[in-house]
Every structure is written in C-alpha cells, then in structure tokens.
Design a protein around this ligand. Structure first.
Ligand SMILES: [Zn+2]
Length: 307
C-alpha cells in the first residue's frame, strides 16, 4: 500500500546504548512516524526491533525504498556487522543483512551513530558551511564522528572518531571495552551519576536528569560530578582538535539537555584546555541543532546516498 506515490520513504535506525530509535522518513526529511525499543542489556533486542519495524511501516502505510542505520560502535562497514560496547549480546551482529531481509531491499547502509549525527549536522544542522568539525554524541555512551575537508571521514572500518574509547588516563579504571581510562568512563551521563553517588549524593531517581536538577539547586556534590565529567570530555575534545588541527565541535546527545549547568562547565574547560595549543585559537563549541533526532536524520541522509 502506498499512501503517496510521489514521495519515497526511508527507514532510519539509530542504535544507541539505551535504545534503538526507528523512524519512517520522507525523502524531503519529514519524520512520518517513529518509535523505539530498549537495547543495552535487554533480551531479544532484534526480535523486538523486528516487530516494531513491521508495525511502524504498516502503520505508516508507505513503501520503504532504502534503509540507513547509525549504530553505537564498534561497527564494520565492510561486513555490515556491529559490536556495540554497551550492547553485550550483539557481537559481530549482522545488522545490515538482518534489515535487508526484513525490508526486502539491498539498499541498506551502515555508519556510526555519532557519524550519523555529524552527517546530519553538516547538511541541515549546526555544521552547515563548516568544512572541518568533530561531531559528538554524549549520552549513555560517548561517540564521535569526523567531518574533514567538507566530507565525512569514515576510516577503514567506519570507526573514525571512535571518541568514547580513547584513553585520557592511562592509570585510570578499566572500561567495559577493556582499555584503561576511556573518556566514556568519566564523561557519560551514567558515569557522572555513579561518581556523585560514590561521593554521597542521594536520590530516589538517580539519573543524569535528577543530578543536573540537583546541581541547579546548588548541591555541591552534583555540581562537582558534572564538572568532572565536563572536564573529562573537554580533555578528550581538545586531544582530537589538536591532533587534527581543527577548531569546531558540535555536541549532541541526552547530556546536553541539562542546559547551562552542563554547557557552561564544558565551554570553560574546553577553552582552558585549548589555550595550551596556540594554533587552535578559540574553540567554536556548538550545540547540536537537531537534538535527539540528529541520529535519525543522519541515518536517513545516509540511506539517500543509495538512491
Ligand atoms: Zn573503553
């Protein structure tokens, strides 16, 4: 059944550490319908995703001509498999093949979730007319994508800008990925919450939203934990900017929804870290314009390349 034969529709998939968002999007980038299923340590993730995709498409009443998938990493764009650090049951999981079978199309493309955000910001968001920038997702996990010389830089396997698992403390804690001192261990939303709890912060609903609310009301432990997370992210950001000699960063993901209580600390620490590299000048730190839909728009834009 085709509701509107003039428009063609895409299926966009954004697989993160907490949930996978899926959307039917028209080729002029309007979200027709969207839903999500839990990921992380949930059981039967693929079965739930498969059912939700079928329901979403049938409810939308359109034909899907291509699929774009942005996924938490690591991924492998040549095999179409993913092994997200925070989704332990998916190792070398054949996501491209599965979607190809489910939708009945060979037009299925895969990229990193932060790469999807980076692509979307470059085309329709905060990165328009910027030739070089680091795009980032800061949420349950921390990811990055690179836009260099006016193009997405994928790297060999599609993991370029694998930001969350570069180390900022070689004598730090061990990460789920196996490395010591990954930036994600300090800068992700849940890690800032854990660090506050260790320092004595108490809440009936211990998540990043309530932590940032506590910080807004002046709770010193909450403020310190958010500051430590923002500083860790700033150190990681400036590492990348120095190595690539670029000075624009676009940050998206759930954590920036905390607003000024987080953003002002991030801005302060980014500029403080960057001052040691004279060539960087002032870092141009921008918030994602596309908010929580950046990954879906990026996946849709990726799918359109197949057109
Ligand atoms: Zn790691």
């Amino acid at each position: 059944m085709t509701q509107n034969s003039a428009a063609q529709h895409l299926l966009a998939v954004d697989i993160g550490a907490t949930k996978a968002a899926i959307a039917v999007i028209s080729d002029d980038l309007k979200i027709i319908n969207q839903t999500s299923v839990p990921t992380g340590s949930s059981e039967n993730i693929w079965e739930n995703l498969e059912k939700s995709v079928k329901d979403l498409i049938s409810h939308s009443g359109v034909d899907i001509f291509a699929v774009g998938i942005g996924s938490a990493g690591p991924i492998n764009i040549s095999t179409g498999e993913i092994s997200p650090v925070n989704i332990p049951t998916w190792r070398d999981f054949p996501i491209v093949e599965n979607f190809s079978n489910l939708i009945g199309t060979s037009k299925v493309k895969l990229c990193g979730d932060a790469v999807a955000l980076t692509l979307a910001e470059s085309k329709i968001g905060a990165g328009q007319k910027v030739d070089n920038f680091l795009g980032m997702v800061v949420s349950t996990g921390v990811g990055g994508g690179l836009f260099l010389n006016g193009k997405i830089h994928n790297g060999i396997s599609g993991n370029a800008g694998y930001f969350g698992h570069h180390s900022i403390s070689f004598e730090g804690q061990e990460c789920t990925c196996g490395r010591i001192g990954c930036v994600e261990l300090y800068a992700s939303g849940p890690m800032m919450v854990d660090s506050a709890i260790k320092d004595g912060w108490k809440s009936d609903n211990a998540n990043f939203e309530s932590l940032s609310e506590a910080a807004r009301t002046g709770d010193p432990i909450a403020i310190q934990s958010i500051e430590n997370g923002a500083k860790a992210l700033a150190v990681g950001i400036v590492n990348v900017l120095e190595i690539l000699d670029i000075n624009t960063v676009i940050v998206g993901g759930g954590v920036i929804k905390a607003g000024a209580i987080y953003w002002n600390l991030l801005e302060k620490h980014v500029q403080a870290e960057a001052r040691f590299a004279k060539f960087l000048q002032k870092v141009d730190l921008r918030q994602s314009k596309l908010s929580s839909d950046a990954g879906l728009f990026g996946a849709a834009l990726l799918a359109m390349d197949n057109h």
